[in-house]
Write a protein of this length. Structure first.
Length: 132
């Protein structure tokens, strides 16, 4: 039996103060600015390393990149996980049974990490084609 259906009066007072003082609104404004800056930086970085994003995000934390066709996104994600880099393979988000081009969902906050850039440079280079 529930005898209490409200939260602590102390917590309620803190929430009330955050909302009425405008501090929460200011926090959201600063957070939005940081997300926008991280999105621009991630977009520039991904363009530079040859993985241009598609479907420009509008305020979210993620970007999508199509990978070169010779890459298995699930395998790439597993290799990245072994190096403590989290990549979400696009195939995990594909509701259809039809194969889709390899892609990955990237958290914009991690694109600037040198470990991410080094990993992508090492594993997403186009295959070398011989003239022979």
């Amino acid at each position: 039996m529930i005898t209490r259906a409200n939260s602590s009066g102390y917590v309620e007072q803190i929430i009330y103060d955050l909302i009425t003082s405008g501090r929460y609104r200011g926090h959201l404004k600063r957070l939005t600015g940081r997300i926008d800056a991280a999105t621009r930086e991630a977009n520039d970085t991904l363009q530079r390393i040859g993985l241009p994003p598609f479907g420009q995000p509008r305020g979210g934390f993620y970007m999508w990149c199509e990978l070169p066709g010779h890459i298995n996104d699930t395998q790439l994600s597993r290799i990245a996980a072994e190096r403590s880099i989290l990549l979400a393979p696009g195939s995990a988000f594909n509701p259809d049974a039809q194969p889709a081009p390899p892609a990955m969902r990237i958290n914009i906050a991690h694109v600037g990490d040198p470990r991410f850039r080094d990993f992508i440079a090492e594993h997403c280079e186009p295959p070398v084609v011989s003239d022979r």
